[in-house]
Design a protein around this ligand. Structure first.
Ligand SMILES: [Zn+2]
Length: 288
């Protein structure tokens, strides 16, 4: 997960609130209004905008969301259907169906994160949850859905446990290890890892592979080049390039910034202490 600025992109026109207010007003008294949220939130213009913003990556795991073979999913951060907590549906709540077409509630995901999360949306305190009584919550006035009244600040009172890359400073909650695992600092981080299954085997494998590839590349530089300093400089220049387009860019950020812990330590671990020392010296010189 990496911080994303949604204000850097224009909200797709289809999510214009005039027809949405009308629609929500019609479905609000139905028993399962979430089922009546049509696929308009999944319009091509919405997916294109989200994929552009997230660079075709999943909002949660940073793996590929949109590829030549697969189309990205759009996750309702707050579920539009009945909510699950601890795998049980909570009672007396129809879900956040009124956020079914809300731009700030739509995030692109890969299939796995989307399936793992399903309709889960746990809070620290269940009683801080915004009810589905929209009149009471100020979303309906004189029978009309007041979409303009929707304020993200209204949602802040909910003590949510799932991190949102568009709102939260994820660095305060999550960090990585050279093993490819992700670790939590806070309860929110812990819940987020669990609900999106961010330590699933395939993700650990993919993240660790980035380190393995770097180590392999460095070893080949050591082997092939007698005077390897220029090649090393090229390597470090490439390593430190802006990699925000690449998969798992936050993990790569950790490799860039904790090179000692993520890469040099590996050389020590595999008994290449001399090479570790050379890397340490180059790294130190370059950091000056
Ligand atoms: Zn994912």
């Amino acid at each position: 997960m990496i911080k994303i600025d949604k204000h850097s992109i224009i909200k797709p026109k289809i999510l214009d609130n005039t027809w949405i207010a009308e629609k929500l007003n019609k479905i609000q008294d139905m028993p399962n209004p979430g089922d009546l949220i049509t696929e308009k939130y999944n319009d091509k213009s919405v997916r294109t905008a989200l994929n552009q913003l997230y660079r075709n990556k999943c909002a949660y795991c940073q793996g590929e969301a949109e590829t030549a073979q697969y189309t990205s999913r759009i996750d309702h951060f707050r579920p539009k259907d009945k909510i699950k907590v601890n795998k049980k549906q909570i009672e007396n709540h129809k879900g956040y169906y009124w956020l079914g077409y809300e731009w700030t509630n739509l995030l692109p995901t890969c299939e796995k994160c989307n399936n793992h999360k399903s309709n889960q949306f746990p809070l620290k305190e269940e009683n801080s949850r915004i009810s589905d009584n929209l009149a009471e919550e100020g979303f309906i006035n004189e029978g009309e859905f007041q979409f303009d009244n929707f304020k993200i600040t209204k949602l802040v009172k909910e003590q949510r446990l799932l991190l949102n890359p568009e709102i939260d400073d994820v660095d305060k909650h999550l960090y990585f290890l050279p093993t490819g695992e992700i670790r939590h600092i806070t309860e929110e981080g812990e819940t987020t890892i669990k609900i999106y299954d961010l330590n699933r085997g395939s993700l650990i494998f993919e993240r660790k592979k980035i380190i393995d590839d770097i180590v392999r590349e460095l070893i080949s530089i050591f082997i092939k080049y007698e005077d390897n300093r220029n090649r090393m400089d090229e390597f470090f220049d490439k390593l430190n390039e802006n990699n925000s387009d690449l998969k798992y860019s936050r993990f790569r950020f950790f490799i860039q910034n904790f090179f000692d812990f993520f890469i040099i330590q590996r050389f020590e671990d595999i008994g290449l202490s001399k090479h570790a020392q050379i890397l340490k010296d180059i790294y130190k010189q370059r950091s000056v």
